[in-house]
Write a protein that binds this ligand. Structure first.
Ligand code: NAD
Length: 500
């Protein structure tokens, strides 16, 4: 079992109120870690440290190259500790071994990318401003200040990196609150930051509960920006709380992504892609393909094959490399998913496969739910409108593509969508009609650090990744440098100031 303290001002410390919580292994409920739990006084300390490090410390004043070298060291250390991090991520979050391996690899890759961005000068000239007189104009991008980052439990290390990477690259200091469900790899990241020797206060990592540590961070007047990833429900609250002090706010929230198969799709790829879209990480992905739109003409055939393939998924110990489907993160999440499955049947949808906790004796200690597919779904039903965040697919059939697009867009969410067709031009034209921040054509889940990711509508505000993502961590300053130089030529002064 691991023990973790809060990481504040470059030191590991116990929480002021002495509170702790345990993080459980979702496979067998064993205690993975005992962790200090941050409350208001710890948040105050962490924010004060971050504030001092920003206002007085070297971090924002360092050159981009200097910051870049330190951020790159994080990537190197993640690679050095690769195996341990993978194992801890599996134990703490219930991620399958194969997914956790990918997560740790992608975390190292993302932080390397952000290290390159740190050296990138975002300043840009504004050309052609010669009225009323000549001037040179520059748009300067500066760090915002203290960033409060709040992350969920589904990709614990990746989410921590997605916040720390751009925030630090832009020169901000950070207080990061990991999810109370999965604090372990974020605390390993704190150890890495400590080993590298970041200046004290630049990175503070304080696990704790949302209503305590999270709210205290969002409301804190000395925090300049909140970068939140989590549910739309909490995202709305965060935005309201942040408005009190008009904090900058980026929100990466929930989704109910539409997966549209066209009748000319490559069926083998579309079938496997559909399973990847919904069952990856037991469906606990914000951009999971949760609503499958099938043309009536091919629905029977497609579903028959989908069921055959779903039956073959291996549900089991996430540490076992052969496991396809691991447990959900917690009992709470298992109950939530089972409740939604009940709502689905209550409202008239039909379970084609799954729908319950697996019978296997060996899995009873884990928070498992079988991969579940519903047919007879109407897009107005709860299971088609609300985010379930589990391995539950709602299948909706359509007669013509315009109907599919209309239903796909009939959602409060707009995080992602996908279109499958051999005709890529047609698929792209449909993709342009979909109100979503990411549209995959004949693909799903693939993201790049270089391309912006984020939501339309209530899936969020702002973007992560790429230069768009970096800019979210900056303030924009317009610098106007006079090039007229002579009073007589500055006639605009005459409006108020008499000449001579
Ligand atoms: P959640 O909203 O319950 O919690 C997210 C974080 O917010 C946690 O750290 C939690 O402690 C904190 N929190 C909870 N209440 C708070 C409050 N009152 N004030 C401040 N902070 C508070 O979400 P979750 O269950 O941890 O994660 C699943 C959700 O995250 C899903 O809705 C999923 O779609 C979303 N998500 C979105 C993205 C994205 O990029 N759009 C990525 C991953 C997950």
């Amino acid at each position: 079992m691991q023990e973790y303290q809060l990481y504040i001002d470059g030191t590991f410390v116990t929480s002021v109120e002495g509170k702790k919580f345990e993080s459980l292994n979702p496979f067998d409920q064993s205690v993975v870690a005992r962790v200090d739990s941050a409350t208001q006084p710890d948040v105050d300390k962490a924010v004060a440290a971050a504030r001092k490090a920003f206002d007085e410390g070297p971090w924002p004043k360092m050159s981009g190259d200097e910051r870049s070298a330190m951020i790159k060291a994080v990537s190197d250390k993640i690679n050095d500790k690769f195996k341990d991090l993978v194992k801890l991520e599996v134990m703490d979050s219930g991620s399958t071994y194969r997914k956790a391996k990918e997560d740790v690899y992608l975390s190292a890759r993302a932080v390397y990318y952000f290290s390159k961005l740190a050296a990138h000068d975002l300043s840009e000239p504004v050309e052609g401003l010669n009225k009323p007189g000549f001037s040179k104009n520059i748009i300067v991008r500066e760090p915002i200040g203290v960033v409060g980052a709040i992350i969920p439990w589904n990709f614990p290390l990746k989410m921590a990196i997605w916040k720390l990477g751009p925030a630090l690259a832009a020169g901000n200091t950070v207080v990061l609150k990991p999810s109370e469900e999965t604090p372990v790899t974020a605390m390993e990241l704190a150890k890495i930051i400590d080993e590298i020797g970041f200046p004290p206060g630049v990175v503070n990592i304080i696990p704790g509960y949302g209503e305590q540590a999270g709210e205290a961070l969002v409301k804190h007047p000395a925090v300049d920006k909140i970068a939140f990833t989590g549910s739309t429900e909490i995202g709305r609250k965060v935005m309201a709380m942040a408005s009190e002090t008009m904090k900058r706010c980026t929100l990466e929230c929930g989704g109910k992504s539409a997966n549209i198969i066209l009748d000319d799709a490559d069926m083998d790829i579309a079938l496997d892609g559909t399973m990847y879209a919904i069952f990856y990480h037991q469906g606990q992905c914000c951009e999971a393909g949760t609503r499958l739109f099938l043309p009536e003409t091919i629905a029977g055939d497609f579903l028959g094959k989908l069921l055959d393939k779903t039956k073959k998924l291996v549900i089991g110990d996430p540490m076992d490399k052969a496991t396809d489907i691991g447990p959900l993160v917690s009992k709470k999440q298992q109950d939530r998913v089972l409740d939604y499955i009940k709502k689905g049947t209550d409202e008239g949808a039909k379970i084609l496969i799954g729908g319950k906790i697996p019978d296997d004796e060996k899995l009873q200690q884990g928070y498992f739910v079988e991969p579940t597919i519903f047919s007879n779904v109407d897009n107005k039903m709860t299971i088609a409108q609300e985010e379930i965040f589990g391995p539950v697919l709602s299948v909706i059939t359509y007669r013509n593509v315009d109907d599919a697009v209309r239903m796909a867009n009939d959602s409060i969410y707009g995080l992602a969508a996908g279109v499958w067709s051999k005709d890529k031009e047609k698929a792209q034209s449909i993709g342009r009609q979909l109100r979503a921040g990411t549209v995959w054509i004949n693909e799903w889940h693939l993201m790049s650090e270089k391309a912006p990711f984020g939501g339309y509508k209530q899936s969020g505000i702002g973007r992560e990744f790429g230069l768009d993502g970096l800019k979210e961590y900056t303030e924009t300053k317009h610098m106007h440098i006079d090039e007229v130089g002579e009073r007589e030529k500055k006639q605009w002064y005459d409006v108020v100031v008499p000449k001579g």
